[in-house]
Write a protein that binds this ligand. Structure first.
Ligand code: BGC
Length: 459
């Protein structure tokens, strides 16, 4: 379709394509840089990859029990009741999802944790949970934290638009317990704290022993994988034969080539100077990148010519979201009517040409996200198994992977391109409710090995 664009527009799109596309050479470079930063992170040296030990390994599949689980993600909070039946069978018996309001994300930590406690209270009442008994609660916390015990960890820094004060550097389980006490909820005992990537891996590996990597592609992005303890040099008391899941915090990777739009997205974010990779890949930022590209094209007089300064709406931060881009990319109508209706709804008049241009930008931005994710997945698999001698199942969770038009299929294809004819050795599977169910499995694993405190490590 780009062939029908006038020359100035075509030139803009070609430049954009050049700066967003990733050649096989770029990817090979990125994989090498990933490996260097993984190594540094595991040694406890300065690295853009935190490589945080989780102190658990994947489950056997025979863990059993009933747990409540709390999943604090990017934009939603979920409370679940999970039953582990053994033989790899787990199910969510009840589930409630709550939208986290902006004030809760951005004012005080007490306000955020009071909101969480109120949601738990609602869940307990609506789902008729017996308050006369003590229930184990597993907490999936989708932010970087330094694990100090199986059920304790200090937040290293907020991401994904959260800025609630008084939480960074503090034990989030302690803050949760305080809020539960304020709400007079005394029937819960926090039994495990996990990152959502670890939850995804735990949930999928409960029934599949080839699963050794968890990836989140949603509001934020991150991955964890199974590492030999002997390679986690910063861990004291390393054991030669054993494995541990490492939360990489790959959203912090800082060696992928960035464009001026990425730099602007970073400047406009609430955490400038951090999480560069996340800001190029994840759902929270794809709309922002597209919005800034569009405003640039408008400023150059290439599109939306009725609005010399751009439609007011497009000047608002996060006016365009990943789900809007997905809708625009999926629009197969000859006149791109769905895209037109979407713009109209926001008070923006468009020509057919504007809409084709917008769709092309969405395609380029999402394609880069997919290529970067595929490169990062390949980096981790080739770190674990350079000759691809084994089967690797990657548990993936998150709205981008689940809902963005064609993302899953395009990602699977992009990963297979890096496998030199052994594409059948890597399988991406969607891990539904993985974070919450996986957190419950972590609590069950912890109970079975009875590790109250993990070994220490030097950060
Ligand atoms: C957080 C990670 C989390 C990821 C996906 C990132 O912003 O730093 O801890 O796993 O989002 O939710």
């Amino acid at each position: 379709m780009t062939r029908s664009f006038p020359p100035a527009c075509q030139a803009f799109l070609s430049d954009l394509n050049r700066s967003l596309s990733l050649s096989p050479d770029h990817i090979q470079h990125m994989i090498r840089d990933f490996h260097l930063d993984m190594e540094k992170g595991l040694r406890g040296r300065d690295s853009s990859l935190n490589m945080l030990p989780s102190f658990v390994d994947r489950p056997e599949g025979d863990e059993r029990g009933r747990f409540l689980a709390l999943d604090l993600g990017g934009s939603h909070l979920r409370v679940l009741e999970v039953a582990l039946h053994g033989k790899g069978k787990a199910e969510a018996l009840a589930l409630k999802t709550f939208v986290i309001p902006k004030r809760e994300m951005q004012e005080t930590g007490a306000r955020l944790f009071d909101f969480i406690a109120a949601c738990i209270d609602r869940f307990l009442s609506d789902c008729l949970i017996d308050r006369g008994k003590i229930h184990d609660l597993a907490f999936a916390f989708s932010f970087p934290f330094h694990q100090t015990g199986i059920a304790s960890g200090k937040l290293l820094g907020w991401t994904k638009g959260f800025t609630a004060t008084g939480v960074e550097g503090r034990d989030v389980v302690f803050l949760l317990n305080e809020a539960l006490r304020r709400k007079q909820i005394s029937c819960l005992r926090v039994a495990a704290l996990t990152n959502d990537t670890v939850g995804a891996l735990m949930a999928a590996s409960y029934s599949d022993s080839t699963c050794d990597m968890g990836v989140i592609l949603g509001t934020g992005t991150n991955a964890c994988y199974r590492e030999k303890q002997i390679n986690i040099y910063k861990l004291k008391g390393r054991r030669p034969k054993e494995h541990m899941i490492v939360n990489m915090e790959w959203g912090g990777f800082d060696k992928a080539r960035r464009t001026s739009y990425d730099m602007r997205v970073d400047e406009l974010s609430v955490n400038p100077g951090a999480m560069y990779f996340e800001k190029m890949v994840s759902g929270m930022y794809l709309g922002e990148i597209t919005r800034l590209i569009l405003l640039d094209a408008i400023r150059r007089g290439l599109v939306f010519q009725d609005y010399p300064n751009g439609p007011d709406r497009l000047h608002e931060k996060h006016a365009l979201k990943a789900e809007d881009m997905s809708l625009i990319e999926q629009d197969e109508t000859a006149g791109l009517d769905k895209a037109g209706a979407f713009l109209n709804h926001r008070g923006i008049c468009s020509t057919l040409f504007d809409r084709f241009f917008l769709r092309r930008v969405c395609q380029l931005v999402s394609e880069r996200s997919i290529r970067l994710s595929a490169g990062a997945i390949s980096a981790v698999i080739s770190w674990m198994d350079p000759d691809l001698a084994h089967m690797h199942t990657v548990a993936v969770n998150g709205g981008l992977f689940e809902k963005y038009a064609g993302y899953e299929m395009r990602l699977t294809k992009a990963v297979s391109e890096h496998c030199c004819g052994q594409a059948d050795r890597i399988r991406l599977v969607y891990s539904r409710d993985g974070s919450g169910i996986g957190a419950a499995i972590t609590a069950a694993v912890a109970a079975s090995i009875n590790t109250a405190e993990p070994p220490s490590f030097s950060p």
